[in-house]
Design a protein around this ligand. Structure first.
Ligand code: UDX
Ligand code: UDX
Ligand code: ADP
Length: 464
């Protein structure tokens, strides 16, 4: 039986390797992590991450050919293929602080493989990493390979988006793979191609050299984020001129060279990848003495920060230039709908600005646990401390509860349950202070209908 080990049971490793187990019953998949609580959760009825469709897949295969464990060494020892899916956060200090990826977790995992392996392994880089990381992994592994044991390195970056991870893994636009263009490298790559080909059409499995594969992942995320910053920059012009950003996006998106996707103006992009990967690209460009290239990509992040600040300023300005002690219902805290993940969520920055303006925030999100919201707001660098957060933030268990006695509602995440048909906005209006304001940061509401009820509505990318 072919055996796969996945190091790192997070948002990437968990779903992607669970899907391999689901699609290939004859492969034993063991997902390991150092974090005991996380592994316990994977082994329980309440999985550590919320992802539509994930429960069914895990429950169908767990204990059969899918296992979750903290015994990293044993899983490495028995595996033929090892996916490295550990976290690669932006460095907080030292060289490249605030920009470069922290590769300490990758290196620790790689050294562990080198130490405990007693047979040859194919090691697959799954986490998004800076270019040439595979080279460092190879150097570490080769320095430790002994007679009869060889390590082949593949790059196989993951393109799943949270909230649609299972669909993305079942029907990916493409699976990308890179290897050293040597007979051994190509043979190792073929083994991985054979696995994906069980459920993905062969022509969608793209192969190339290691470095192209690593750079392609960074480039894809940078291009996607750049589209959002571009439409968000246009949203500012729309608000100032009377153009409507949805109409502009539609007009542009119907050009087949541009395409309609990823042109939704918003309070700003979040998530663990976009900002991190762009900053990675900025750092790489600087290292390569390409300051103009670095500045170009940096501007995508700058525009995103500007968008969050701009929308918050609009809220304060509209509420008669002061939000001191006003109750503001913040609907949605996750960085997008259908996930409980809050990493880099625009809501964090917006809450921090509003707390600094002394607002009273009533936050509700369907999937983010209350303690996560508090933890995010007191994280160093966010700009608000524990005392302020305690004084200014209450966490609510429904949208209705958050809106009672509120002066304003701010839509931060586009959850379906906040849409017009799903929430009774008449009831909400009746429970609010007047004038009752709604700020739609996600373009999900019907402003004319809300105005009929009596709301004062402000929408991102629209002047009225
Ligand atoms: C453009 C728009 O395409 C068209 O819709 C608009 O009405 C007028 O402006 P045009 O300038 O005639 O049309 O040519 P286009 O094919 O868009 O190319 C513009 C420039 O971009 C050319 O110099 C072309 O060589 C360059 N280009 C285009 C690239 O460098 N790379 C590409 O992938 C595409
Ligand atoms: C992204 C990439 O899509 C995925 O391929 C990669 O593997 C990881 O990074 P993810 O961060 O999970 O996935 O979600 P995505 O759907 O890309 O959204 C990222 C952010 O952009 C969210 O905050 C979302 O709300 C925002 N967004 C997206 C917009 O503001 N407008 C859009 O049109 C699309
Ligand atoms: P991602 O979104 O990239 O999946 P996560 O932070 O959700 O990132 O998951 C990464 C996981 O990797 C974490 O649960 C972390 O505990 C785990 N991890 C990090 N280093 C190691 C290691 N050396 N061995 C095993 N697990 C590790």
């Amino acid at each position: 039986m072919l055996k796969i080990c996945c190091i790192g049971a997070g948002y990437v490793g968990g779903p992607s390797c669970a899907v391999i187990a689901f699609k290939c019953h004859d492969i034993k998949v063991t997902i390991v992590d150092l974090n005991q609580a996380r592994i316990d959760a994977w082994n329980s009825d309440r999985l550590p991450i919320y992802e539509p469709g994930l429960d069914e897949i895990v429950f169908a295969r767990r204990g059969k050919n899918l296992f979750f464990s903290t015994d990293v060494d044993e899983a490495i020892r028995e595996a033929d293929l090892i996916f490295v899916s550990v976290n690669t956060p932006t460095k907080k200090s030292g060289m490249g602080a605030g920009m470069a990826a922290d590769l300490a977790y990758i290196e620790t995992a790689t050294r562990r493989i080198a130490q405990v392996a007693t047979t040859s392994k194919i090691v697959i880089e799954k986490s998004t990493v800076p270019c040439r990381t595979a080279q460092s992994m190879r150097t570490i592994l080769e320095a430790n390979s002994t007679k009869g044991i060889r390590f082949d390195i593949l790059s196989n970056p993951e393109f799943l988006a949270e909230g649609t991870a299972i669909q993305d893994l079942f029907h990916p636009d493409r699976v990308l793979m890179g290897c050293l263009q040597t007979p051994e490298g190509l043979a190792a790559q073929q083994k991985l191609v054979d696995i994906y080909s069980r459920w993905i059409p062969r022509e969608r499995v793209i192969t190339m050299n290691l470095w192209s594969s690593e750079l392609s992942k960074l480039a894809a995320n940078a291009l996607l984020a750049q589209r959002i910053s571009s439409i968000n920059a246009l949203s500012a012009i729309c608000e100032a001129t009377g153009a409507d950003v949805d109409e502009v996006a539609y007009a542009c998106g119907t050009d087949s060279r541009i395409g309609p996707k990823f042109l939704k103006a918003s309070v700003g992009f979040g998530g663990s990848c976009f900002q991190k990967d762009i900053l990675n690209l900025v750092y790489l460009s600087e290292q390569l003495f390409l300051p103009e290239v670095a500045a170009y990509w940096k501007s995508v992040v700058t525009m995103n920060e500007y968008q969050k600040m701009r929308f918050t300023h609009r809220i304060v300005r509209t509420l008669f230039n002061t939000v001191t002690n006003k109750r503001i219902a913040l609907l949605g805290f996750a960085f997008k709908k259908d996930t409980g993940d809050t990493r880099e969520s625009a809501a964090i920055t917006m809450c921090s600005y509003l707390i600094q303006e002394h607002a009273q925030l009533a936050v509700y999100d369907p999937k983010v646990p209350p303690k996560q919201i508090i933890a995010d707001l007191i994280e160093p660098g966010v700009g608000t401390n524990e005392v302020e957060v305690k004084k200014h933030v209450s966490i609510c268990s429904s949208a209705y509860e958050a809106c009672v006695d509120a002066d304003a509602i701010v839509i931060c995440t586009e959850w379906d349950e906040f849409k017009m048909g799903a929430l009774d906005y008449q009831r909400i209006y009746a429970s609010m202070n007047k004038p009752a304001f709604i700020f739609d940061g996600r373009l999900i509401l019907d402003a004319p209908k809300l105005r009929e009820i009596g709301f004062k509505v402000e929408t991102i990318g629209k002047s009225t």
